[in-house]
Design a protein around this ligand. Sequence first.
Ligand code: HT7
Ligand code: ZN
Length: 873
Amino acid sequence: PRPVRLAEYRPSDFLIDAVELDVMLDPTATRVTARLRLRPNPAGRDNAALTLDGDDLNLVSAAIDGDPLRVDDLDVSPSSLTIANPPRRPFELTVTTLVDPSANTKLMGLYRSNGAYCTQCEAEGFRRITYFLDRPDVLAVYTIRIEGSEAENPVLLSNGNLVETGAAGEGRHFAVWHDPHPKPSYLFALVAGDLGVVEDQFVTMGGRKVTLKVFVEHGKEDRAVHAMESIKASMRWDEEAFGREYDLDVFMVVAVSYFNMGAMENKGLNVFNDKYVLASPETATDGDYANIEAIIAHEYFHNWTGNRITCRDWFQLCLKEGLTVFRDQEFTADMRSRPVKRISDVRGLRSVQFAEDAGPLAHPVRPEVYAEINNFYTPTVYEKGAEVIRMLKTWIGGDAFRAGMDLYFDRHDGQACTIEQFIACFAEVSGRDFSQFLRWYSQAGTPEVRIATAYDAEARTFTLDAAQSTPATPGQHTKLPVVIPLALGLVGPDGRDMPLVVGGAPAGPVFALTDETTRIVFENVEQRPAPSLFRNFSAPVKVVSDIADDDLLFLAAHDSDPFNRWQAAQTVALRHLVASVAAVRSGREPADEPRLAEALSRAFDPAESDCAYAAQIAALPSEGDVARELGEDVDPDAIHAARGFLKSAMRRRLGPQLLAAYERLAETGPYSPDAASAGRRALKVAALDLLAAGGERDGIARAHALYSGARNMTDRVMALQVLSLHASPEREDALADFARVYGQDPLLLDKWFVIQASAPLPDTIDRVETLMASPGFDIRNPNRVRSLIGTFGAGNPTQFNRPDGRGYAFVAGVVAELNASNPQVAARLLGAFRTWRSLEPQRRGKAEAALRGLADMPRLSADVADIVRRALA
Ligand code: HT7
Ligand code: ZN
């Protein structure tokens, strides 16, 4: 199919005001009758044909205003239905199709998950249920009648409010749902099955009572309590932070075990991957609890940013996704620790989005062309999209940001919008010109900001020179300067921020870098300061500065900005690791770095009360961070070795302190997943990880003891993770024990897969292959595929990048196997190759060969073909 281009957007020639769906459920032959109230769109072309989208559909019949259409009135195929000469007035089109949910392995449209029926319609799944104008700018009011077996599907759900239920004879029953809010087809949902439910209530700020329901498999109701609490917290937060109230009588979440992504924000009926709903102390880790809270919030927040105001077309995906990620990040920052949330988001952004932006799959936050929209649910659209919103807020200030959001909600409620319409609201309330800011949406690549500083003691000035540039990315060779908010402080020798004076007047703390080069001269600077740059990561840029390690180590101890205290230590560690990699590659022993060890040791100081923050300080830059910093000729084994040296050096230098911290942080009371308790556990495992560095016997024994005596799943999994890094009898014992005790629970099996697939050991690939053949593995289940093969590809730098190329061939083989049955999941596995071009030549050649092998495969799906083509371009 031809690529879709933003520049070629045209309004639909027809609109659909109302949809009535009659869904007669059957495992292999579900009959869907759609009555569509259509009318010509005044903004469309006159005398246009009506072409409805379809995908893998079987047409049974079609009629206009009750008059059956004959085959020669129609041009029909599984992928479209065209009526050449439809009425030029409002009319009703009735279309009946047959679909086979049991054969739907793509998990898009109507499919079965563990016996239940469920749907996934974003982005283009509705067309797999019925012929439709399946585009987000066609908004309709939906009424859904579902009929199914009473015994097999006692629960019948769709969007909106329940209006009728009843018996339908022969052991069948029905339910009718009406959603009064016009919505695009991608927000349609239907669920039917035999499910357990947890119920609660929420009273909105306007005093309306909303029924809350979380549906899960029978017997798992007690694992839905945290999700329910998260719904209520999200609803309250959106009222308080954005003045947004829920708008239906009922809000439902359904957990399903077969799901291509994390969750889906269907109006009033969110469908979730069960991994992001189910939690109990025995089965979930602190990370699971935090993820559930954040993803429940994310999907709920879409009710306003995505559902009430949706996207005009899929190029505007960041309008809902970037903004909603920003909102869920702020929610978590308010619920937990703001600095810890910021640090972990920036770690994630750098490790995945910066990597994407630097490789062959780089694309703008708002792409201008796509071959397969499913491949644009990317870290760039989501996470960089959220950073752009955050910069906007940093640039215009919190009050103007809130005023702009209020204006956006008032002005565009019920509409399908563009980024320009969103940005216009902020331009209006702030009076600023956003034309340059909009480049953040159109230019791919991570801008680099080079900073040079100079202190003039005599003139008492501190001069900062900033030069910005954005590297060329595929299809974009020339780049223009963007608006870069630089939040900074000048930290005096007493550790305090100095007043910022520029041009004789107080200035900052946020400065906008708008030109290729910017000079800021600070005045009245009595002593040489340590500059704290891009506080709180005020822009998603790569910073290259001349700030000396001494100054960074000073900032690591004294900066008032907690993010930059962390960043300063990370920068010193990263510089050290880069030098160590060079040493390893030339056969030398890496240098020692006692000052870095001292900076990191602060994390284990009993005086540090925020353990979650301390755990972030203690965590060294990842192997991916080092690879990105190197940028080219990357040797993952050398990076792993260099990082291993540093960890062992830390153990040698900080041993007693690590041990004291480990013992001090031992679990005493009952388990609670709250942020402070989770922080203590995270710091404890950071100490344990260093104690076991290099496979040190005492550390391994302690990890094994923690595993055996664990009183909650977090300790157990973290201990197993530490053990899994080093070959030892304790490792094998604990892995076998975990399988014996938890192997029957699919979500716990996933944890076991993840731990083994990420082990940096030479036999990992053999184990992964063996596990793929084990009874618990099911290639049709995306969670199993992601935890085993996805982790091996994207979370195991040394073994995926084996010099013999076996890792690449293995992942490419699984992609080939999944290509037809679930192309979306297959294409996502290829994300592992996003940095292949930066590898050293031998590995690069092997990675390229694996990609070329895929490119030559017959019948490549659109999803896989698109990624392979762009990766090789
Ligand atoms: N908006 C949702 C995206 C999503 C999705 C996209 C393509 C295929 C399957 C999918 N499942 C969910 C989820 C979100 O970002 O909120
Ligand atoms: Zn989303």
